[in-house]
Design a protein around this ligand. Structure first.
Ligand code: SP5
Ligand code: ZN
Length: 381
């Protein structure tokens, strides 16, 4: 017997505590799509599919500072208290929403000082108006990072070869210094750095979220030891993050050649998406990565309200077969976007169905008994 069991899910109920309610887009307060129910529907689907659930463990601020500026961590952990103290809740706004953005273009050659008031400071760290901070957001943000870091711990210690972190809020839009795009801490980058510090000299990130993971890309842009590959809707076609994520961005300095962006045209569907995913897998092999982080956004799905990519459930299953099954590396899968609650759980389960822990039994080669999925092969090109 060569039994295969579904990979463990790292999770924390505290991730439900962040309730954005609204995101301000072009000045309009719209209903947020990054809701706590996202966790609930994914949890239900993965419990039904037989995945074991493991509670995430707490990590220190030092772990967060492995990829983020201390100032960003301090800002996120203190900004809501400062907002209350500043009287903004009494004014009628119970979420931290920036209104002032001191960009490089505004400053020119003049060095800025600290703003000295929280409503101005917010725009120094948050680069959009959609990513609000509420009363229990920090606890959830931190728990989300703990899910990714605990998954990396389990993979580094060999307790499991692959693990899935049910992170929420998501993280791939967060740079070293700034947050946005419904993200606050970069969970995938934290897992990547933890795998490196755990002994993997070369680690790859494959980002299949519908949006370019500009934060992860920026954090590792000059690093030769981390490959970042992303398939996403063409930012130049009007999609977030708008100004980065182009194919011409390939890394710089010591990291030249270790970034691969594959922008897709709106409406492109499974063919272009899977072609991109298999090219990224080829890039990972070429890089010589010995461990992998997957930024698993399922918002490229046809029903998703946040992207036009029209990827099917089978498309996500085949992407998982390529990235988890065929590459077959020690892997941390991190949840990113995915907003269509009726299909969200199924999409995540389909992607993960290619991943399984082989319970080693003497005399049987892993894989020799086959698995429950049809074998799909994606040669690099
Ligand atoms: C992690 C992730 O998937 N972040 C996506 C951030 C992109 N959000 C752009 C939102 C543009 C306006 N959306 C209007 C619909 C509001 N429900
Ligand atoms: Zn996304």
């Amino acid at each position: 017997m060569n039994a295969k069991s579904p990979i463990p899910v790292l999770w924390s109920e505290t991730t439900l505590a962040h309730r954005p309610d609204r995101e301000v887009w072009i000045g309009m307060p719209l209903d947020s799509s990054e809701l706590p129910q996202r966790v609930t529907v994914i949890e239900q689907a993965l419990r039904s599919a037989g995945h074991p659930f493991v509670e995430a463990t707490a990590h220190t601020d030092a772990a967060l500072r492995t990829v983020h500026a201390p100032e960003l961590v301090r800002h996120l952990s203190t900004v809501y208290g400062a907002w209350v103290d500043g009287g903004f809740v009494d004014l009628g706004q119970d979420r931290v929403v920036p209104y002032f953005f001191p960009t490089a273009a505004m400053l020119g050659p003049i060095p800025p000082t600290d703003a000295g008031s929280v409503h101005a400071t917010a725009g120094q760290f948050c680069y959009d108006t959609m990513t609000t901070v509420g009363p229990c957001s920090w606890e959830a943000i931190r728990a989300s990072a703990d899910c990714a870091l605990t998954a990396a711990d389990l993979v580094v210690s060999g307790q499991t070869r692959q693990a899935y972190a049910l992170c929420r809020p998501p993280g791939h839009h967060v740079t070293r210094d700034a947050y946005g795009g419904s993200c606050y801490l970069n969970n995938a980058a934290l897992a990547t750095q933890a795998l490196i510090e755990g002994g993997h000299e070369h680690v790859a990130v494959i980002d299949v979220d519908a949006h370019h993971g500009n934060g992860t890309a920026a954090i590792f842009y000059e690093r030769p030891d981390v490959f970042y590959g992303s398939v996403h809707v063409d930012p130049g076609a009007g999609w977030f993050p708008h100004v980065v994520g182009h194919a011409s961005e390939t890394g710089s300095g010591a990291g030249a050649g270790t970034t691969v962006n594959l922008p897709l045209a709106p409406g492109s569907g499974d063919g272009a998406f899977l072609d991109g995913v298999r090219r990224l897998a080829g890039g990972v092999r070429q890089h010589g990565s010995t461990a992998l982080v997957v930024s698993l956004g399922v918002d490229a799905a046809a029903d998703d309200p946040e992207s036009p990519l029209q990827v099917t459930l089978d498309g996500y299953a085949q992407a998982g077969a390529c990235v988890l099954g065929d590459l077959d590396l020690p892997t941390v899968v991190v949840q990113e976007g995915g907003y269509h609650l009726p299909t969200l759980g199924r999409l995540v389960a389909a992607f993960l169905s290619a991943s399984s822990i082989t319970e080693a039994v003497s005399g049987v080669t892993p894989g020799s008994m086959g698995s429950q999925r049809p074998s799909v092969s994606f040669p690099p090109r």
